[in-house]
Unconditional design. Structure first.
Length: 195
């Protein structure tokens, strides 16, 4: 079983040591919540804390060192008390882009798949009258996915590769990740409001 050497407050403090932009904090909190949901969904409930913290810390170095993404992270994570397993898992989300750490564990494959996708879903939610994922359907997300000009920074190729690594259709990945984002939206919003 994978467990974290950190508690959640330590992980959040570590993230905020190197990240101040609300956009980056929001993304990290969202991926944390999504990963916790997936831990339950995939039968790894006893690892939910670990999955969540990997999600929370996956972009720890991106705000300050975007050109050294996943190369600076190991140093920051180790100094913050993270173990080698967590460091590998964090770096695996950028496999083939700026990391050689291949996603192997189910958690790492999910993180790889949902990192870009949560950004796309978040951008699509902001276009809705509700500004929420609570009323989002897969069909409307698919239209945004096909529109390459919409949220152009979210790599469709990475999302497709992520679904393939999991052996899921895009529709399955979209549906599950929307549900995962629904599960944490209120909590993330409350935490951002209190930040």
């Amino acid at each position: 079983m994978r467990t974290s050497a950190l508690d959640r407050s330590q992980a959040l403090a570590l993230l905020k040591t190197y990240n101040e932009e609300p956009f980056h904090i929001l993304h990290s909190l969202t991926v944390e919540g999504v990963m916790r949901w997936y831990a339950q969904d995939q039968g790894f409930a006893d690892e939910a804390e670990y999955w969540g913290q990997v999600g929370l810390l996956h972009d720890i170095d991106f705000e300050r060192w975007p050109d050294e993404h996943c190369r600076k992270a190991p140093e920051l994570l180790k100094a913050g008390g993270a173990g080698d397993d967590m460091i590998y898992s964090v770096c695996s989300h950028a496999y083939g882009l700026c990391s050689d750490a291949e996603p192997v564990h189910q958690m790492e494959k999910i993180l790889f798949a949902v990192d870009e996708l949560t950004g796309l879903i978040g951008a699509a939610a902001l276009m809705r009258p509700s500004k929420s994922v609570m009323d989002m359907e897969v069909s409307s997300l698919k239209k945004k996915f096909k529109d390459k000009k919409f949220a152009a920074g979210c790599s469709r190729d990475v999302i497709r590769e992520g679904a393939e690594r999991l052996g899921w259709t895009l529709d399955e990945l979209f549906q599950r990740t929307i549900e995962a984002m629904r599960s944490c939206e209120a909590g993330v919003n409350a935490e951002m409001a209190g930040a």
